[in-house]
Design a protein around this ligand. Structure first.
Ligand code: PMP
Length: 366
């Protein structure tokens, strides 16, 4: 009964962790992949108003013009000369943007170059669609290097995907590193997909940008993390018109449009002052890194809200099972990687949880 396509992906690794976790009463949860703050008040008010004002019907497939215009202006403010052929397309989260990008740009058998470690959707969505996910290695410091991407290229390579700041490693690219990858894409006539969903969470240096540098670039971004609304499914694509027109056909026949009232609320999300949240998250990053530095081998993350330390004992899977036996939830690195040497911690949690977490982690590593 089941398609080969569905059978081509396997979520058993992460399910096993969830099954173990479900048995815990009051776990110290450092496995969370979303902000620990609620939606900003301005967007909560605006979504209620939008519903009351009857914004409950389908919107146009590409998203409401008001929001697309605001997003476009934000991008063009940094790079006005890119204006002509750029389009903005509103998607059901960045996950929706990934699906539309893969379907618009890649045929079965084509290759997409993705980082290892990777955000799981990059890898398994490719398998589901018969696209070949070819990994470029970023260990041990998680920096995406143009040389390594170049080594991984084959004649079937069509797209390079870069994610900064990164899930699961927290690595935030330097501008120069990203520029080198843009140049590599240009030299090889490849499409560059840049997932910058964590752009608001950059702790040490400005976020590296590539909008406007190279024509064949598809930027994915969204509001799940920056406005505290992961459940509202609000993402967008900034890409050349010829790509967006393909996405339009595909979204029209699948998802139809992104959530209507939330699109109106995102007009207010564009004006959010994020500085206080950023300072808080920087504080959490500093706390957890300092607390674990002595007993764990880790790279200090420059962005997002993840840490990707080496697992004591060598196996991420086995170490996370030990964590769970000790009431702590984390995610084994092999969920995000061909290797099983690391594990992911999220510091998107209240300070009290982080304090309990580091106490358990330091006990397990001593
Ligand atoms: N990209 C990355 C790197 C992510 O970590 C996530 C969420 N965990 C997404 C995309 C998808 O986000 P959403 O669909 O909520 O916009």
């Amino acid at each position: 009964m089941i398609s080969k396509r569905a059978q081509s992906i396997d979520a058993s690794g992460i399910r096993r962790v969830f099954d173990l976790a479900a048995k815990l009463k009051n776990p110290v949860d450092l496995s969370i992949g979303q902000p620990d703050f609620d939606a900003f008040d301005a967007v909560k008010q605006r979504v209620k108003q939008a519903i009351d004002a009857g914004k409950n019907r389908y919107t146009v497939t590409q998203g409401i013009p008001e929001l697309r215009q605001r997003i476009k202006e934000r991008y063009l403010a940094n790079c006005p000369e890119a204006g002509g052929r750029t389009e903005v397309f509103v998607t059901a989260g960045v996950s929706g943007g990934l699906l539309l990008s893969y379907l618009s740009l890649l045929d079965p058998g084509d290759e997409i170059l993705i980082p290892d470690p990777y955000f799981v959707i990059y890898h398994d969505l490719a398998l589901l669609l018969g696209i070949v996910p070819r990994c470029y290695d970023t260990y041990p410091d998680f920096r995406p290097r143009a040389e390594r991407i170049e080594e991984a290229l084959t004649p079937r390579s069509k797209v390079i995907l870069v994610n900064s700041p990164s899930n699961p490693t927290g690595y935030a690219c330097a501008q120069e590193e990203l520029n080198q990858i843009v140049e590599l894409a240009r030299r090889n006539n490849l499409v560059l997909i840049y997932d910058e969903i964590y752009e608001s969470f950059c702790y040490d240096k400005p976020h590296a940008r590539c909008f406007g540098q190279y024509e064949q670039t598809v930027i994915l971004n969204g509001f799940s993390k920056s406005a505290g609304v992961p459940g509202w499914r609000m993402g967008y694509v900034v890409a050349p018109e010829e790509v967006v027109s393909q996405m339009l056909k595909i979204q029209q026949y699948t998802i139809v449009c992104a959530h209507s009232a939330s699109q109106w609320a995102m007009l207010d999300a564009m004006d959010i002052d994020f500085s206080q949240v950023l300072a808080e998250y920087r504080g959490k990053r500093d706390f957890i890194c300092d607390a674990l530095a002595e007993r764990y081998e880790l790279e200090t993350p420059g962005g997002a809200f993840y840490l990707f330390p080496k697992a004591p004992g060598g196996s991420g899977q086995r170490f996370v099972e030990r964590c769970i036996e000790n009431n702590l939830l984390a995610v084994p690195g092999n969920v995000f990687s061909k290797r099983d040497t690391h594990f992911r911690l999220s510091f998107s949690a209240p300070m009290a949880t982080l304090e309990r977490g580091v106490e358990i982690l330091n006990r397990l590593a001593s």
